[in-house]
Ligand binder design. Structure first.
Ligand code: KG4
Ligand code: ZN
Length: 337
């Protein structure tokens, strides 16, 4: 049975809403980014995020419904990101979704934000079929998951400290480049030599699928301090290229290793860092060399959006997997929960 789902996403620094039909068609979508509000702090400030979501959430929902040309009364279900994310930010989305579900008498569907990132690929590529290995890399998360079916996940490994996007953001903030750091460093790296500076590849050789990025970030800071103390000029493109190459090397190596161990021939990239062309190119080359296939979402579906939440809600709608109106957000919600 067909369904138009109104999806709401407020887990971090974008307030987003979308109306998604059958997990496949976006009828209307709107996003309000808070990037400008957080930029001068070099990262997301939770209190500012929460307040800004409160201001933006209703207008963004109205905009998505208007673009879709669908009235709330004609919507079949309300879906919302329940976690993981910033608690104060998640509360705004979940409280709004509960109020709409209650007021309009519609079922409520809770979506895991990371599952949403993976579903950006199901939304984009109807031919994508599980099983596959997913590398989910964003500002808050870095994990490798085995996806058995849409909705059945095995977490193979994850970061023990910083997320990949967080490392990009922190290095960029330290260099005074701005926020978010990923796109800024990637742009600088285009003109740099990735081999000019030999940054460490933390946990490259550990016999597991976990990651660690804080040591790499510290290595970059030490390098910058040493250069500055010696009165030497920094070559920013080389620095950006060297840092980016170190992040990518470990991620690509572990993803391929996981796929080989699991016998998977399909790899899915997801999350904000999936916007990184150098990562897509490197992983794409390794995947193609083995005759496998790589899927990665278009840019606008890599970073946070509500279309991916509406797509992930669709199988839950089919299963009648609804939340009660007493549901609470969970900032630490696990992919396997
Ligand atoms: O998925 P997302 O929008 O939010 C979270 O769920 O965290 O990801 C945002 C993160 C930021 O840390 C940002 O720096 C990073 O994705 N990012 C990138 C690129 N574009 C965004 N990192 C590396 N290269 C990029 N081109
Ligand atoms: Zn995200």
């Amino acid at each position: 049975m067909s369904a138009d789902i109104l999806a709401i996403e407020t887990s971090c620094d974008e307030t987003a809403a979308a109306v998604v039909r059958d997990g496949r068609d976006c009828l209307g979508a709107a996003v309000s980014s808070q990037i400008d509000l957080h930029a001068r702090f070099g990262g997301v400030v939770p209190e500012i995020a929460s307040r800004s979501h409160q201001e933006a959430v209703n207008p963004i929902i109205d905009e998505a419904l208007e673009l879709a040309g669908v009235k709330l009364t004609r919507i079949d279900a309300i879906a919302v990101t329940r976690g993981p994310g910033l608690l104060g930010a998640l509360i705004v989305g979940v409280a709004t979704a509960k109020a709409l579900a209650y007021g309009a008498g519609k079922p409520l569907i809770g979506v895991n934000h990371l599952e949403g990132h993976i579903f950006a690929n199901f939304f984009t590529y109807p031919e994508l079929k599980a099983p596959f290995i997913a590398l989910v890399v964003s500002g808050g998360h870095t994990l490798l998951a085995g996806v058995e079916t849409p909705g059945t996940y095995e977490v193979l490994g994850q970061t023990l400290d910083d997320a990949a996007g967080e490392a990009f953001d922190k290095v960029a903030a330290y260099l005074g480049l701005g926020y978010p750091g990923g796109p800024l460093l990637e742009k600088l790296a285009v003109d740099g030599n990735p081999e000019a500076i030999d940054f460490p590849r933390p946990m490259l050789k550990t016999p597991n699928y976990d990651f660690s990025l804080s040591g790499l970030k510290t290595a970059v800071l030490y390098y910058v301090n040493k250069k500055q103390a010696a009165g030497e000029e920094l070559n920013l493109p080389d620095l950006a290229a060297g840092f980016q190459a170190a992040v990518i090397d470990v991620q690509v190596f572990k993803t391929i290793k996981a796929a080989e161990a699991k016998g998977a021939k399909t790899i899915v990239l997801a999350g904000g860092v999936a916007a990184n062309q150098a990562l897509k190119d490197r992983l794409g080359a390794e995947v193609a060399a083995r005759g496998w296939r790589l899927f990665a979402p278009p840019l606008e579906l890599c970073t946070d959006n509500a279309i991916m939440i509406g797509a992930a809600a669709w199988p839950k709608w089919l299963r009648r997997d609804f939340l009660g109106l007493d549901a609470e957000p969970d900032p630490n919600l696990k992919l396997t929960q």
